[in-house]
Every structure is written in C-alpha cells, then in structure tokens.
Design a protein around this ligand. Structure first.
Ligand code: 5AD
Ligand code: SF4
Length: 451
C-alpha cells in the first residue's frame, strides 16, 4: 500500500505532514509521489488566505477523476481548512468522494480512520465509509507526543514547541483553526532536539505560531529564553532557528539568550504587518511602530549583524494611503533582508472580514509598490555581503533542472541563501564560504573550508 501527501501552507504544516508520513510508515505504507499509484492520498491544507484554500480545493476536485479510475483509493483532507466553522460539512457535501476529514488536532487518528473506512467497505456497509473529526481534544499533547515523525527536510529538523495561538489578530483565522496555546514540556522538546542532533541534523527549527509565549501555560517558570539557553547547552555541532515571534512578546531576555549563545542563529523573523499605529490597533497587534522599532534597535545593539525578516500585509480594511506610506517608510528604516508580503484576504468569522473592504485595484497597486521597494532593499543589502566570509550549512542541490553544474546552496547564520560549488554528499555539512557576487536575494561564493 502506498501513500502520497500533498502539503499546503506554513512550516507547521510541512512538519505535520512529516507526522502524517510517520503514522502511515508505521502502519506499513510506502511513500509515492505519483497520485495514480497511491492507495491513500492525503491533502494537508491551509486556510490563511483565499488563494491557499482555492489551490487546495482545485486539487481535491481532481481526485474525483482519480477515484473513477481507482475506486479503492482513499482520500483524506486534513489540517486547517476543514477546521473552520462549518467547513467539514461543506467539504463533505461538495466533494462526496472524500473519505476522511481530520482537523488540526486529530491528525494522529489517520491510520485508525483508514482502517475504519476499509472495514466498512469490506463489509459493504454504508455507515463508516466516510469519517470526519474536527473536535479540539483536551489531551492533544499525549497523542502528539506518541506520534512518530518521518523527517523530510534534512539537514533541517522541525521541532514544535507550542501549538495554537491566543492572540486573535483581527484579520487572522489561525486562532480559530488551531485552538488555544499549549506548550510541550521542556523535557519533550530537549529530547527531540537531542535525538535530531544525534541523527545528524545540522539545523533545528523550533516552531510555534508565537514561540515567544512558550511556557506560560506550564507553570514551572518555563519561558522561551530559558528554553533557548537549555537547547544551546546540548552538545554537538548544530544551529538553531525559530519561528514565529510576535513583537508584543519579544523580551530582552530572549535577545540576550540569542546574543550569548553559540548555536542560536543571529536571525529573527519578526512580522510587523503594518507601519501605521492606527492599522496596528485595528489589527489588534498590541504594539506600536515606536515599540517595534525600539525592539529592532535593542536586537541590533546586542547583535549588530542580525538578519531580520518580516511579514507585511497591505489592504487591511482601514488602511489609508497615509497608513500605507507609513509601512513603506518602516521598510526603508528597518532594512529587512527579506519580507513576505501579502494582500489582505478576508477570512470568514474574523472581525476584519466584517469591515468595509478596500477595492482590489488599491490593494494591487500597494502590494506592487511594496514588493518593488523590498526588492531594492534586498538587492542593496545582498551587495554588502560580497567579499565577506560566512559559515554556511549546505542544504540542497542548486543546479536547477540540468543538475550538471555541481552547485549546492545553504544559508548563512543570518539566513541569507548562498550558492557555491559542491556535491550532493556535502549536504548537511558546514562550510566557510567567501562571497564573490550577489544577485538580488541570492549570494554566490566559494567554499574555503569544510568545518
Ligand atoms: N490575509 C492576508 N495575509 C494574512 N496573514 C495572516 N492572515 C492573513 C489574511 N487574512 C499573513 C500575516 C502573517 C502571515 C503568516 O500571513 O502577515 O504573519
Ligand atoms: Fe494569526 Fe496573530 Fe496568532 Fe499570528 S499572532 S497566528 S497573525 S492571530
């Protein structure tokens, strides 16, 4: 029996697909990339923006034809999309050929639900052929800790530290589909990191919707800074990244833990969303432009070479031209290595979706201006790397389709992508690389030393 998993959305979803894969592998399934060959086809979905949902729904629609050719195929839709209010019922009604629907906190049930569908089919029963679970079980962590992981991102290992979000930014669907915050225990996190390091993973990325609120629900003095310090003391050659940080919860303690560590990368993804105080207030972000800029100054004071990246949204319902110009000036002021830019997309059930919306033409023009500005900042900052020497973890082959040039790529400590000559066996190793040229977001260099 073979499975194929199709993943949409963020790193959290990529990692949850590794858990779905772990569960299926333990149940004796083999992985395939070919939908025609699969006995089980799993869609791990995202609903953060309309585009993400439409992409998934389009591909789920195609399974109707697959199932006509292979009636024994089992199709599962998992993750954020079916977790929205009323969505599981809508999906089941609209796509009757879907067998299994599992919400964000039910993924560990996949193998059991497959068995149930197979048993109902074998018994030629109507009941049980289709199953859906989108509840938010209280004991989620115990099921999660018992779930195996089949890692697919070597040399990076994703490690969850906190699930859910308590923030309710007015544009965001995440708190509704991922529930309230639950932190894993320090011991569980430390054990998983140690295991990954022992298995040869050179990079650990800690995951959470808001990693900075890690531990507040545990009650033993746990917090993110303390966790970072404990991870930093784990022996071995590896580096640590984390995402995502909420600016309202970023403490000096966390910045100091980063600055004083050996292994925590000097890199921070700090989503700003907007450079206007009024829009930030309407978004319920609970920080001001001034506070955000003070944090950037504090970070740079402790780590002058820190690589900063962000998320920015344009076209929030109450965004005026002046507000948008505030975002543009903030982008110039901070100097992000990179920014993920989004057009605001109304999400049903969130407060901002009920506000009067801006015309698409305005949103489109603003995103175009913002992207052009960030591209010029990115290009200018890239040029400053040329001539310097950086430690790079080789992550992937960078040959493009030809595969003949012998190029590999990896990231600097600050998160900048570097291309250099190397072979597939070099992946997972650290190199000292001298930067010889730059092209917008990419750097090119020569390895001087294998570390
Ligand atoms: N529309 C557009 N972008 C959104 N994001 C979150 N919700 C929305 C939405 N409704 C963006 C934010 C967040 C990133 C992960 O996605 O910028 O930081
Ligand atoms: Fe969404 Fe805000 Fe939570 Fe991030 S912090 S997941 S943007 S509600």
């Amino acid at each position: 029996m073979k499975y194929k998993i199709v993943t949409y959305g963020c790193q959290m979803n990529v990692h949850e697909s590794e858990k779905l894969a772990g569960l299926l592998a333990r149940a004796g399934y083999e992985c395939t990339q070919n939908s025609e060959e699969a006995d089980v086809l799993v869609f791990n979905t995202c609903c953060i923006r309309d585009t993400a949902e439409r992409r998934a729904l389009g591909n789920i629609g195609v399974t109707k034809a697959l199932k006509r050719r292979n009636p024994s195929l089992i199709v599962a839709v998992c993750g954020c999309m079916p977790q929205q209010e009323g969505a599981a019922e809508r999906i089941a009604a609209h796509y009757p050929y879907i067998d299994i629907i599992l919400g964000t906190r039910n993924i560990s049930r996949l193998p059991a639900e497959i068995e149930r569908v197979l048993a109902a089919r074998a018994a030629q029963k109507r009941k049980g052929r289709r199953t859906a679970a989108t509840d938010m079980p209280e004991d989620y962590l115990s099921a999660d800790e018992a779930t195996p992981t089949l890692r697919t991102s070597y040399p990076n290992a994703w490690v969850n530290i906190i699930y859910g979000c308590n923030n309710f930014c007015t544009y965001c669907i995440v708190p509704y589909v991922r529930g309230r915050e639950i932190s894993r225990s320090e011991d569980a996190v430390l054990d998983e990191v140690k295991r990954a390091v022992d298995e040869g993973y050179g990079e650990i990325t800690l995951l959470g919707q808001n990693v900075n609120s890690y531990g507040h629900d545990l009650g033993g003095g746990e917090n993110f800074a303390r966790l970072l310090r404990k991870i930093d003391r784990i022996p071995g050659k590896f580096r640590v990244r984390f995402m995502t940080s909420h600016p309202k919860d970023l403490t000096r303690e966390v910045a100091e833990a980063m600055a004083e560590s050996d292994k925590i990368c000097r890199a921070l993804h700090l989503p700003v969303q907007s450079g206007s105080d009024r829009v930030l207030r309407d978004m319920n972000r609970r920080y001001t432009r001034e506070k955000y800029l003070a944090e950037i100054a504090m970070l740079r004071d402790l780590m002058p070479d820190i690589g900063l990246t962000t998320d920015i949204m344009v076209g929030f319902p109450t965004e005026t031209e002046e507000d948008f110009q505030g975002t543009m000036s903030l982008v110039r002021e901070v100097g992000y290595l990179n920014a993920f830019t989004f057009i605001y997309s109304p999400r049903k059930g969130t407060p901002a979706a009920a506000m009067p919306q801006l015309p698409y033409e305005i949103k489109k023009r603003r995103i175009g201006e913002l992207i052009a500005l960030q591209n010029s900042v990115t290009k200018e900052l890239s040029e400053r790397f040329v001539g310097g020497c950086y430690e790079v973890l080789a992550e992937d082959i960078a040959d493009g389709p030809s595969g003949k040039n012998g190029m590999i790529c990896g990231r600097t400590d600050g998160g900048r992508l570097v291309n250099f000559k190397g072979s597939p066996e070099d992946i997972g190793k650290f190199f000292r690389v001298r930067i010889t040229s730059s092209r917008s977001a990419s750097l090119f260099g020569e390895a001087e030393e294998k570390l």
